[in-house]
Write a protein that binds this ligand. Structure first.
Ligand code: NIG
Ligand code: FE
Length: 414
């Protein structure tokens, strides 16, 4: 048994919860001042006010002095593209010089650029690079993560990416979910015969993925110049047959009617949603589909932010994630995501932390294991430096307030 004590407060307490927080429920990020947490074999077993702790300190194999910091559940980042070949800062400079994300993609940059680079990298190299990135993110407080394929765009390279994610699952002791995103972009060779690429996804890629158990979810980039609503529906249906639920990129630049169609399909989450119309709100309202906002993508591309306040007022369940990828969001820092959600989307710090922890956990169906301070869940925590309170964390954007991160009750070594 381990005792975490001398916290200014423990935050994100939740018991008897079985669905994402929405409406008024998301307003409170429940805390106990001067709280303690007891962990045993990597799980949370007790918590409360330190003065009410019934055990003697001699009962603990280790006592962790949190030195007046806050103890929070680790972040649950439910949308990333962590596996990729190389960064794309040359496109960043192109955008500074006036080109848009779409213009860069149309001349062969963007996702196709990443696919070209990934084709030449070995599975081992991709794995080593992704491992390093994930280690960095854990030190920034991420304690569960979803990772997509989608920079392969051929049978061989998509499977290679998913095998890398499988190896990450085996090497890291945090919840990791794999999403098959073969429908990320049409490869150049299929430009004039798009259905042939969709057939390749359905008839060649999916059977291997199902047979080897390489993915948990299916995704597509539903957008002008990428996949239409109808094409995305084909992909979702085929995914369903292979046992994969949907998490879909939709409404990043244009509202094409995908939201209501994919809610009807029972998508676990719809992600991006920077552009929303009345029909989209109506479809998400009271549905079981989580709306996942990716504010660092909006920040980096200078595009609108997902209207989270409007969503909250309509009782839509929201989550926050990074979208970490080399093109539109070269950052996997959830601390910054929470700050942006407060600064740009006007969430309160409590709402933003709930969206980045427990609701993120629901958006990748790991809420039984992580996302809150709950008895029986993994002891995946952030301990901050001594700060005045929760509000200071998103307020002091760009500052690293993390003192230590714990995964399954063990400190993550720096
Ligand atoms: O979520 N929108 C589509 N895909 C990624 C960007 C991919 C890239 O540019 O490499 C995203 O923003
Ligand atoms: Fe994405």
């Amino acid at each position: 048994m381990k005792l975490f004590k001398n916290t200014a407060g423990i935050y994100g307490i939740l018991e008897n919860n079985n669905s994402p927080l929405r409406g008024k429920e998301i307003n409170e990020f429940k805390a106990i001042a001067n709280g303690y947490v007891v962990t045993d074999q990597g799980k949370i077993t007790e918590y409360g006010k330190l003065e009410e702790l019934k055990r003697a300190e001699s009962e603990f194999e280790e006592i962790i002095d949190c030195q007046g910091g806050l103890l929070l559940p680790a972040y649950c980042d439910s949308h990333t593209h962590l596996v990729f070949a190389t960064s794309r800062e040359e496109e960043f400079v192109d955008r500074i010089n006036g080109l848009t994300y779409e213009e860069i993609a149309l001349r062969g940059g963007g996702i196709l650029n990443s696919a070209e680079k990934l084709a030449n990298l070995s599975e081992d190299q991709l794995f080593e690079d992704a491992k390093q990135r994930l280690n960095k993110l854990i030190k920034l407080g991420t304690g569960a993560i979803e990772i997509k394929s989608g920079y392969g765009l051929s049978v061989e390279a998509e499977i290679k990416m998913l095998r890398v994610i499988k190896r990450l699952k085996e090497s890291f002791n945090i919840p990791i979910k794999a999403t098959f995103l073969g429908a990320h972009a049409f490869p150049k060779t299929y430009k004039t015969n798009k259905q042939a690429y969709i057939d390749l996804i359905i008839n060649e890629m999916l059977p291997i993925i199902a047979q080897e158990g390489l993915a948990d979810y299916i995704d597509a980039f539903c957008e002008e110049n990428y996949f239409t609503v109808e094409q995305t529906l084909q992909i979702i249906e085929a995914g369903k047959k292979a046992g994969l639920k949907a998490k879909i990129h939709v409404n990043q630049f244009n509202a094409l009617g995908g939201v209501s169609a994919f809610v009807k399909e029972g998508a676990v989450s719809l992600d991006h949603l920077e552009e929303m119309n009345t029909e989209d709100y109506d479809a998400l309202e009271d549905s079981n589909t989580i709306a996942t906002a990716l504010p660092s993508c909006s920040f980096f591309l200078s595009i609108p932010y997902t209207p989270l306040k409007e969503m909250l007022s309509r009782n839509i369940a929201i989550a926050l994630a990074t979208d970490f990828n080399p093109g539109s969001t070269p950052s996997g820092n959830m601390n910054f995501v929470v700050s942006l959600a407060c600064i740009k989307q006007k969430l309160t710090p409590a709402q933003a932390y709930n969206a980045a922890t427990i609701n993120g956990a629901y958006a990748m169906e790991v809420a039984d294991q992580v996302g809150s301070i709950t008895k029986g869940k993994r002891a995946n925590f952030i301990v901050t430096n001594p700060v005045k309170g929760l509000n200071y964390l998103p307020y002091s954007f760009g500052e690293n307030n993390i003192h230590a991160v714990y995964v399954n009750g063990e400190i993550v070594k720096t």
